[in-house]
Write a protein that binds this ligand. Sequence first.
Ligand code: NAD
Length: 282
Amino acid sequence: MGQILDGKGLADLLAGKLQEEVADLKEQGIKPLFCVINIGDDPSSKIYLRTKKKRAQEIGIAQRIYQLPANESQADLLALIDQLNEDSRINGIMIQLPVPEQIDVNEALEHINPEKDVDCLTPSNVGRLWRGDHFVEPATAHGILALLKHYKINLRGKNVVIIGRSSIVGKPLAALMLEQDATVSILHLKTKNLSEYTKRADILVSAAGQANLVTSEMIKPGTVVVDVGINQVNGHTVGDVDFKTVAPKASYITPVPGGIGPLTVESLMEQVVKLTRRNHGR
Ligand code: NAD
């Protein structure tokens, strides 16, 4: 049976450290303030907003949620971003995804001041990520790397296979893993024969959003399995990995829930603190 990679435990540990760091900053008169723009009423977004709010409160980070109507116009959204960009008290801005159809999400993201871009989604920050001189990292990718580091799982020279090529998980994770000398393959919906790649993986990350996508026949014994997926099946939250059959064959494996999810939220708070320091020249 593979060892459980306890994301929840690590997230709690790191949150404790971050809480001390925030208390220290507050003593110097620096108060991290973070804004989330949520447009419409996507049910998953509501859950994510609640989780973020709870974690921010625990750590001592002030958070404002701008709840906008589902029919919000692009012009009004850009005007709000301008206002937040100009407010020197605000250190981090993020747009909760997904957004309604009428919103041009790329234009909205481009509008965020890169110095306040906690999700690392502005074009200049994405460029810095691939160039290897970034000052902010996308939360999920950051959380995955923190978990591997905590369990002393080295990436150098390892074959890493990532299922999923989204801008928020697969692509930034590939950039950060390349920086640590892994050999990275990114698979996606049009990839033919996933097993051909996954069987060669030393570390397999699944971020596809499909329950039971990864089965035991798809991995070699001793693979490190990181399950990013969050899927609802019969009222239960499950990942992309068929945990029951894959866990006995893996060397390490993340559970869902309690794996990457809590680390993502904690890592987001770390990015807020990082940008706060930077905005104050610390
Ligand atoms: P997305 O829909 O933007 O991207 C999914 C990617 O997976 C796409 O590139 C697609 O090509 C690929 N894919 C889907 N089905 C596939 C299949 N059968 N075979 C091969 N490739 C396939 O999704 P996303 O925003 O990147 O999120 C992916 C999953 O991760 C979702 O379940 C989401 O809820 C979850 N997620 C979890 C966290 C966390 O903190 N745990 C954070 C972000 C996303």
